[in-house]
Design a protein around this ligand. Structure first.
Ligand SMILES: [Zn+2]
Length: 381
């Protein structure tokens, strides 16, 4: 999820929001202003309901942020880096910089979010009782009460057992704890997530057909769950099948390399036709890798510019290229590569090119590994 706006850093974690968070806030405000609040606290003017609705929408976004930061605090305590927290239309997403080391850590990272939401729910509920006793206008009391109920709902909803919901991660942690294998646990937990995602999407479609626009939201959540479950279980299947296979087991020597200083027209005429590869490592004159170049990138250089453009001007710079050492885990490298067939990872030792892993190699390995993982999956019957 891309961050459109950054709010800043909290505990070293980059906190921001995607533009779609606005949709969530406005949907909440609209629902509250036109239906919920006039029913709970009748007698106010439409503009007052709208102000209360917007404040509640913003406070719900803030509640989601507290939920996500609870995950961050526990992850950071366990020594896991947290790269960023992003709020968006369907809630929040925390990007952790690695996997928890133990099922116990995984469990508490996942459980901390719903616990924080329950805490917020109790807090808002208590506040509503206090405000009521103090004789504050009913609209404010009911807004606080609604925020309490929504936070408890948020906790319960997040406990549903499908990634990327917290319940999916809790289920995975429990299966991991029982089986001792995080990747097999992931594959088993994925089955529950798939069913949940399809159920929610089906429920959403039924609501939608019944005239409730909110059904669209459930359909979206259902599809996000299915997509996330598929991606994570594929990665897990790969890890089960590849095991400790190192990068050097599949890397090949680069048959043809590009030179950074060479003009594009010469490379296209003399060098590129020597091989069937769509991507090449780029080296400088000392033989140090500087990036990669693909035929697709070269095709973007206008014909008239090809003599004056050097490979270095259009290459994908080294900082954006997936790089590995020969003994790194192949599964780690594949996680960092895109699924493009002209993707090229460089294997670099002491600033020298030791080999390459191509998108084609990866596609083949992934297919083989997935086939094998399915064979190896323990029967649950
Ligand atoms: Zn959560």
């Amino acid at each position: 999820m891309r961050q459109t706006v950054r709010f800043g850093r909290i505990m070293g974690v980059e906190v921001g929001a995607n533009w779609s968070l606005l949709v969530l806030v406005l949907l909440v405000a609209d629902g509250l202003a036109s239906i919920v609040l006039p029913e709970l606290a009748p007698g106010a003017s439409p503009s007052v309901y709208w102000i209360a609705g917007l404040v509640c929408g913003l406070l719900i976004a803030a509640s989601v942020l507290v939920h996500e930061l609870a995950h961050s605090v526990v992850a950071l305590r366990a020594g896991l880096p947290v790269q960023r927290v992003t709020l968006w239309m369907l809630g929040g997403a925390s990007l952790l910089g690695g996997d928890p080391a133990t099922p116990r850590t995984a469990f508490w990272i996942a459980a901390s979010g719903p616990l924080a939401s329950v805490g917020l729910g109790l807090g808002f509920g208590t506040l509503a009782f206090g405000l009521n006793a103090a004789g504050v206008p009913l609209l404010i009391v009911m807004s606080a009460w609604w925020l309490g109920v929504m936070n408890v709902f948020l906790a319960l909803f997040n406990l549903l057992p499908g990634n990327p919901l917290d319940g999916g991660r809790i289920l995975r942690a429990i299966l991991w704890w029982r089986s001792g294998d995080p990747h097999r646990a992931e594959i088993r937990a994925a089955a529950a997530g798939r069913v949940l995602g399809l159920l929610l999407a089906g429920l959403g479609i039924a609501q939608w057909l019944g005239g409730q626009l909110a059904g669209v939201w459930l359909v979206l959540v259902g599809f996000v769950i299915v997509a996330s479950v598929e991606a994570e279980s594929r990665s897990a299947q790969l890890r089960v099948a590849l095991g400790k296979t190192p990068v050097k087991a599949v890397m090949t020597a680069a048959k043809v390399t590009a030179y950074a200083a060479m003009p594009v027209d010469r490379f296209v005429a003399d060098i590129a036709p020597r091989t069937r590869e769509p991507a090449f490592p780029v080296l400088d004159l000392d033989g140090h890798p500087t990036g990669t170049i693909t035929l697709r990138r070269l095709s973007r250089v206008p014909v008239g510019m090809r003599a004056a453009t050097r490979i270095a001007d259009v290459q994908r710079p080294l900082k954006d290229v997936p790089i590995a050492q020969p003994d790194d885990l192949l599964a780690d490298l594949i996680d960092r590569m895109s699924s493009d067939t002209d993707e090229l990872a460089l294997v670099v030792v002491d600033d020298r090119l030791a080999g390459v892993v191509s998108g084609y190699d990866v596609a083949r390995i992934v297919q083989l590994a997935t086939l094998r993982a399915i064979d190896q999956e323990p029967s649950t019957a």
